[in-house]
Design a protein around this ligand. Structure first.
Ligand code: HEC
Length: 182
C-alpha cells in the first residue's frame, strides 16, 4: 500500500533519529524469559529424553556468547557504539544451533532450508498470546504436531522423530513439558 493510501488514523508518527536510537536501546534491553519448573521431575525426565533422542543435536542447548561488538550494516551505529547496551560473554540457553536444515516438510518453503527455531521462551506463547502455533508458517497447533512435521522420510531429523514416536505416552508428555518449561 502506498503511503498516501494509508488512512490517517493508521499512520504512525514519523520516526526521528533519536526515536530510532531509543527504540534500539529498548530492543537490546529485552530479556529472555527465565526457564520455569526446571525442578519438576517430569521436566527433568523430558530433558533427559530430549538429549538422548538427539533433539539437542540441532536444538543445541547452550552457547557462550562473544564480546558483542555488533556491527551495524546501515552504518548508523559505530562498532560497539556506547549508546547501545552490550552483553558480552554470556552463557545463554537458546536450544538452537542457528543453522538451516532440511526437514522435507509437505509444501515446504522455497528451497526447503529452515533455521532451527530457538526453543527458549516458546512455551510461554499460549499464556502471552492465547495461541501456541508452531513452525515458521504456524502449520502446527501444538508442540507434538511440530515434532511430527520433522519426521519425513528424507528429513535430517527423521531418526530423532522415530525415537519420539516410539516413546510411551508418559514420556512423550514429559518431552512436551520440558519444551514448555524452557
Ligand atoms: C535436523 C535438525 C533437527 C532435529 C534433529 C530436531 N529439530 Fe526441531 N526444529 C528444527 C528446525 C529446522 C525447526 C524449524 C522448522 C520450521 O519452522 O518449519 C524445528 C522446530 C522445532 C519446534 C517448533 C518450534 C516453534 O516454536 O515453532 C519444536 C517444538 C521442535 N523443533 C522440537 C524438536 C524435538 C522435540 C526434537 C527431537 C525429537 C527435534 N526438534 C529435533 C530442526 C531439528
Amino acid at each position: 500500500m502506498m503511503n498516501d493510501q494509508i488512512p490517517a488514523e493508521m499512520k504512525l508518527p514519523e520516526m526521528k533519529d533519536e526515536d530510532y536510537v531509543n527504540f534500539m536501546v529498548w530492543h537490546r534491553g529485552l530479556a529472555v524469559p527465565a526457564a520455569r519448573n526446571m525442578d519438576d521431575p517430569e521436566v527433568q525426565r523430558g530433558k533427559e529424553l530430549f538429549n538422548q533422542m538427539g533433539c539437542a543435536y540441532c536444538h543445541r542447548p547452550s552457547w557462550q556468547t562473544g564480546d558483542d561488538m555488533f556491527t551495524d550494516p546501515a552504518g548508523f551505529f559505530a562498532d560497539g557504539d556506547p549508546r547501545l547496551p552490550r552483553y558480552p560473554n554470556q552463557k545463554i540457553w537458546p536450544y538452537s544451533d542457528y543453522i538451516q536444515h532440511k526437514l522435507h516438510m509437505e509444501n515446504d518453503i522455497r528451497t526447503g532450508w529452515c533455521r532451527t527455531t530457538p526453543l527458549w521462551g516458546r512455551g510461554l506463547s499460549a499464556i502471552c498470546t492465547g495461541r501456541s502455533d508452531r513452525l515458521h508458517d504456524c502449520r502446527a497447533q501444538t508442540v507434538i504436531e511440530a515434532i511430527m512435521w520433522h519426521g519425513n522420510a528424507q528429513s535430517d531429523a527423521r531418526r530423532t522423530v522415530e525415537k519420539f514416536r516410539e516413546l510411551p505416552k508418559k514420556d512423550r508428555d514429559a518431552v512436551v513439558k520440558f519444551i514448555d518449561a524452557i
